[in-house]
Design a binder for this molecule. Structure first.
Ligand code: ADP
Ligand code: ASP
Ligand code: MG
Length: 481
């Protein structure tokens, strides 16, 4: 292909209703006048949550509630269809495709209700329906404004392992399939509109890449097709210095490195799925984050190396749905291999450990896991250390769910001494108690554990301390001649 190739992903809010989809169609059509474009779309906002909620109802035998949710979802998609597509023949075609997907959904819920069980495989099939419904709508909207387009299900393109609920791509197979299916379309000037979030195993069993995984779909396809750039269109101006819902004066970061963006995503910055940049690491393809509601703004460019801001700290993030587990007490010094046994236990229960901190006296090991993993992790640890607790060698295994992690991220913190000290001071001034602290050896992230009730204050204080807030007009020096 002689034109540059752009993969453009649109998240749930960007395709939230007919007006949003119409805006998306314009962005794609305009770009496709010069470049080859592959669009990747999420489900309309809220749809995946509703589908999963219906699965839970179905498992509980509440068929009535499933019907209520399904009726609302039908209504939502039909309203969008009617507002977007006026050509009679085209509307009929898209309506038939939506109907087919809804019927498939009905059957999936019937099966679940019958068994009163939702297996991970069934849950993937159910939660994929949202993307499968939105792609034909977006493709239809594009055709409506004169851009030839075709909806493509990513089960035809992205070959994954069979880890339901969080599958990973098999890149060689994905490359072969994507090239074979998408390049002919692109060569004919057709815009493929691909379902985000989903893939399929080699045997054709549908998988999902994990919640929020459409970002990952975009980079997987970008890498598979050796795209020139990937643009993730969302509802904010780019990667900001903090979550704007928590820190209202957060600023857009013009350029950030793969590593910084990954650290932010890993510690809760929802703007990017944590695995997003994995797929493009080797090829070094730039990834843009831009606002589909304000396409005139430049957004954030994520590049392999990023750009130094000179100041070390680039952004903050916070993660709330986590719990602190402590294994300890003075007796722990005498127990051999407590650390090894602790973490082989977390591995056995497949708990995702986000942060580890151990005091040098070895009195305590504390670590953080996702809230959803906490209960079973503590139970497994109590089991593992039952003998030691009985003999008072291990004094306590405790769980504190009311905490949050605040992470300070910046690649150049490596050469900037005093980041931890400044954070301590800033939090001290606000009377925020730091429960634990961890710094990775890469020094691009220092994480603090604080009480959940202190999280917002901690973010605001640190944001100010590192000069990440916008300058207020009063602080701007105006020189008059
Ligand atoms: P999409 O539906 O487009 O995938 P998401 O809701 O998954 O969008 O992600 C965008 C949201 O991420 C923003 O609305 C914002 O509230 C949140 N967010 C959290 N941290 C950040 C950050 N550092 N920069 C930008 N947005 C952030
Ligand atoms: N629709 C999926 C979700 O809500 C994937 C995504 O939006 O990225 O998790
Ligand atoms: Mg998202």
């Amino acid at each position: 292909m002689n034109k540059p190739l752009r993969v453009m992903k649109f998240g749930g809010t960007s395709v939230g209703d007919a007006a949003c989809i119409a805006r998306v169609a314009q962005i794609v059509r305009d770009a496709s006048r010069q470049d080859a474009v592959v669009a990747v779309v999420s489900a309309m906002s809220g749809v995946t949550n509703r589908l999963i909620e219906a699965a839970t109802c179905s498992e509980a035998g509440d068929r009535g509630q499933v019907d209520v949710i399904f009726a609302a979802l039908r209504q939502q998609h039909e309203t969008a269809l009617n507002a977007l597509i006026h050509d009679g023949e085209r509307r009929k075609q898209v309506a038939a495709r939506l109907e087919k997907i809804f019927s498939e959904g009905e059957r999936l819920y019937q099966g679940t209700a019958l068994l009163r069980e939702v297996t991970p495989r069934a849950l993937d099939a159910i939660s994929s329906l949202g993307e499968r419904l939105s792609a034909p709508l977006v493709a239809g909207a594009l055709s409506e404004i004169g851009a030839r387009s075709e909806a493509v299900e990513a089960t035809e393109l992205i070959v994954t392992d069979s880890y339901h609920g969080g599958a990973d791509p098999l890149m060689n197979r994905t490359r072969e399939r994507s090239e074979a299916r998408l390049l002919p379309l692109l060569e004919q000037g057709v815009v493929p509109v691909v379902t985000g979030f989903i893939g399929a195993t080699e045997d054709g069993v549908l998988t999902t890449l994990g919640r929020g995984g459409s970002d990952y779909s975009a980079t997987i396809l970008g890498a598979a097709l050796s795209a020139d750039e990937i643009i993730i269109w969302t509802d904010v101006d780019g990667v900001l210095t903090a979550d704007p819902r928590l820190v209202p004066d957060a600023q857009t970061i013009p350029e950030i490195s793969y590593r910084e963006a990954t650290e932010l995503a890993y510690f809760g910055a929802k703007v990017l799925h944590p695995k997003t940049l994995r797929a493009v690491e080797q090829a070094g393809i730039p990834v843009w984050i831009r606002n589909s509601f304000a396409p005139e703004r430049t957004g954030t460019k994520i590049t392999p190396r990023g750009r130094s801001n000179g100041g070390g700290v680039k952004a903050l993030t916070a993660i709330r749905d986590v719990a602190l587990i402590t294994v300890g007490g003075p007796g722990i010094v005498g127990v051999p291999d407590v650390v090894g046994r602790t973490f082989s236990t977390t591995a056995q229960v497949r708990a995702n450990v986000l942060l580890i901190s151990q005091s040098s006296s070895q009195n305590d090991i504390c670590f953080i896991v996702a809230a959803s993993d906490a209960k079973r992790t503590v139970e497994a640890l109590r089991n593992e250390f039952a003998q030691d607790v009985a003999h008072e060698k291990v004094e306590h295994i405790t769980l504190d769910p009311n905490i949050a992690i605040v992470a300070v991220v910046g690649e150049n913190m490596r050469g900037t001494p005093g980041v931890a000290g400044r954070t301590f001071n800033a939090l001290g001034r606000e009377n925020v108690n730091i429960i634990a602290i961890a710094q990775g050896s890469s020094e691009s992230n220092i994480s603090f554990v604080v009480a959940e009730k202190d999280m917002k204050v901690a973010l605001a204080a640190t944001h100010r301390e590192f000069g990440l807030s916008a300058r207020k007009p009063a602080e701007t020096v105006v020189t008059r001649s």
